[in-house]
Design a protein around this ligand. Structure first.
Ligand code: ZN
Length: 506
C-alpha cells in the first residue's frame, strides 16, 4: 500500500474519534438521534480543527447503509466513498475556486433536484464558503431556505465574519475551537506509539505548542520531523526544525524575571534573537507559563487540569515559591500588553526586553501590605496596643516618602468643630482609613535614572510615543521603589524581621 501522510491516515472516522470538539459532536449526534436535522449547517473555526472531518462523519452518519445512525459503519460502500472523498451523493466544493454565480448554478442548483444515487441524502459541502461572491450567495439563498427533502448543506469557513448575515441566519452554526495542547499531545502520543516512533515528552509538547491549536498542523509537523530524523525524536530535533524556543529557555526567562536577574534576561533574549527565534511566539509561551504559575499559586498546588510533565511541575513548584499573586498578575499584564504591541513593531527585541525588565522590577517591589501585616502582628506579640494604632507609624513614615495626596481630598466630610478649637493645629493631611491602601501609582518626577535606560534612551526615543510613555512609567516605578527601599523603617523590617520575632518572644 502506498504511503499516506499521518494527517490523512489518522483522520477521525467516527464521532468518537474526534478530538477537542465535544460540543459540536454532541449536538450533531443528538440531531441525528432525534431526527431533527437542520437544512444547513455552518462550521466555523481555524484551520486544522476538524471542519472537513466533521462534515464527512456527519455525511456518513446520514448516508451509511445502516443509517441514519450516530455510529456509521465505515465499512459499506457509501461510507468508504465518503471517506475517500468521491461519493456521488456528497458534493465537496472548494468555495475559493468555485466562487462565481455560474459555479453555484452548475454545481448545485442544476443538480440538487435529482435524487441521491446510493444514499438517502444529497449533501453539499462548501469549504471556505466566505469566498463566494455576493451574487453567488444570493443565488443560493432561496435553495438553502427551502431545499428538496433529500438535500442538506454543510458550509465551512475560517472567517465567519465574512459570511453574509442572510446565509448565517439560515444555518445552524457551530464554532470549532482551537484544540488544547494536552489534547493534541495525547493524540500525537497515540499516533507515535502506534507507528513505532520513539519520541520524548518534551518533543511531543514542543510539537503541540507549535501547532497553535490545529491538529492537522501538529500531525503534519510530526510527519516532517520523522522524515528529518527518523524514528527516534528528541525535543532538540523539533526545536531546530520549527524555530521554537525550548521549554528550558522559557522557564529560564521566567526565573530571571521572578528573581530580578536583569543581566540574565538580556543575555537570554540576545541568544534567542540571535538564533532567529520568533519573539512573538516566545511572548505567547511566556504568557502561558506565567498563567500556569498563577494557577499553581491560586490552587495551592499543582492542578491536574494543567496536564504538565513531571519536570514541568517541578519547575512550576520552584517558581511559584519565588513569587506571589500580585507579582505574577503584574508580569502577565505586561506581557499581554506587549503581545498587542509586537504585531506592529519593527523592533520586537527592544519591546520584549523593556517589558521583561519592567516585569522583573515590578515582581521584586517590596510588598508593603505584607510588611504592614507582619509589623502589626509583631507589635501585638510584644503586647503593644491594637492593630490600628500600631500600623500608624509605618503609615506616616511611608506617607512622608510619597507625594502629598491631592488637595481636593482635604476633609470633605465632618469638618472640624471650628468654634471649639480656636487655633487649630496644622489641619494635617487626611489620614487614610485603611492601612492597606498604599499604592505605587503617583510618584513625583523621577530624579534618578537607571543606567541601562540611560544607554537605551536614544534608541527608544525613536520608537512611537506609546513606547516612550512605557519607559517613563518604568522610570517612575524604579524611582518609587528606590525611595521605598531607602525608608529606614522598611529597611529595618526587611533586614531584621524573621529572627527578631522569635528572639523577642523567647
Ligand atoms: Zn456505512
Amino acid at each position: 500500500m502506498s504511503y499516506q501522510v499521518i494527517a490523512r491516515k489518522w483522520r477521525p472516522k467516527t464521532f468518537e474519534d474526534v478530538v477537542g470538539q465535544d460540543h459540536v459532536v454532541k449536538t450533531m449526534r443528538n440531531a441525528i438521534e432525534q431526527n431533527r436535522l437542520a437544512q444547513a449547517y455552518l462550521l466555523c473555526g481555524p484551520r486544522g480543527t476538524g471542519k472537513t472531518t466533521l462534515a464527512r462523519i456527519f455525511a456518513k452518519a446520514l448516508n451509511c447503509e445502516k443509517g441514519p445512525t450516530i455510529h456509521p459503519c465505515c465499512e459499506c460502500n457509501n461510507c468508504k466513498e465518503i471517506d475517500a472523498g468521491n461519493s456521488m451523493d456528497v458534493v465537496e466544493i472548494d468555495g475559493a475556486s468555485n466562487n462565481k454565480v455560474e459555479d453555484v448554478h452548475q454545481k448545485i442548483l442544476e443538480t440538487i433536484n435529482f435524487a441521491p444515487i446510493s444514499g438517502k441524502f444529497k449533501i453539499y459541502y462548501i469549504d471556505e464558503v466566505h469566498m463566494l461572491t455576493n451574487q453567488a450567495f444570493n443565488a443560493l439563498l432561496k435553495t438553502i431556505e427551502e431545499p428538496p427533502a433529500h438535500a442538506r448543506f454543510i458550509f465551512a469557513t475560517t472567517e465567519a465574519d465574512k459570511v453574509i448575515g442572510t446565509i448565517v441566519s439560515r444555518c445552524q452554526r457551530f464554532d470549532l475551537r482551537r484544540i488544547a495542547i494536552p489534547e493534541i499531545s495525547g493524540q500525537l502520543r497515540k499516533i507515535s506509539d502506534a507507528e513505532g516512533i520513539t519520541i520524548d515528552d518534551d518533543a511531543i509538547f514542543a510539537l503541540a505548542r507549535g501547532a497553535d491549536g490545529g491538529m492537522r498542523d501538529a500531525e503534519s509537523a510530526l510527519d516532517q520531523i520523522i522524515s528529518y530524523t527518523g524514528s527516534n525524536i528528541t525535543e532538540q530535533d523539533v526545536l531546530g526544525v520549527f524555530g521554537l524556543v525550548s521549554r528550558e529557555a522559557i522557564e529560564g526567562i521566567a526565573e530571571a524575571v521572578l528573581t530580578s536577574d536583569i543581566p540574565r534576561i538580556i543575555n537570554l533574549i540576545a541568544t534567542l534573537d540571535g538564533s532567529g527565534k520568533d519573539l512573538r511566539r516566545l511572548t505567547a509561551e511566556l504568557i502561558a507559563h506565567f498563567r500556569n504559575i498563577l494557577i499553581y499559586i491560586q490552587m495551592g498546588g499543582y492542578d491536574p487540569s494543567l496536564n504538565l510533565t513531571d519536570a514541568q511541575i517541578e519547575t512550576l513548584k520552584k517558581q511559584a515559591a519565588l513569587t506571589n499573586t500580585a507579582a505574577v498578575l503584574s508580569v502577565t499584564e505586561n506581557l499581554i500588553e506587549l503581545d498587542g504591541k509586537l504585531r506592529l513593531s519593527l523592533s520586537p527585541r527592544i519591546l520584549l526586553e523593556t517589558a521583561l525588565i519592567r516585569s522583573a522590577k515590578s515582581a521584586s517591589v517590596v510588598d508593603l501590605e505584607k510588611i504592614l501585616k507582619k509589623l502589626t502582628s509583631l507589635k501585638l506579640e510584644l503586647g503593644g496596643g491594637d492593630a490600628a494604632t500600631t500600623a500608624s507609624p509605618v503609615r506616616q513614615s511611608i506617607a512622608s516618602t510619597t507625594p502629598p495626596p491631592a488637595p481636593a481630598a482635604a476633609t470633605p466630610i465632618a469638618p472640624a468643630p471650628a468654634a471649639a478649637t480656636p487655633i487649630a493645629p496644622a489641619p494635617a493631611t487626611p489620614k487614610p482609613q485603611a492601612p492597606a491602601t498604599l499604592s505605587y501609582s503617583a510618584p513625583a518626577a523621577a530624579p534618578q535614572r537607571n543606567d541601562f535606560y540611560q544607554q537605551q534612551r536614544p534608541i527608544i526615543e525613536e520608537q512611537p510615543k506609546q513606547e516612550k510613555s512605557q519607559l517613563d512609567d518604568l522610570e517612575s516605578d524604579i524611582a518609587l521603589r528606590k525611595r521605598v527601599e531607602k525608608n529606614p523603617l522598611v529597611q529595618e523590617v526587611l533586614s531584621k524581621f524573621g529572627g527578631a520575632i522569635r528572639g523577642v518572644k523567647k
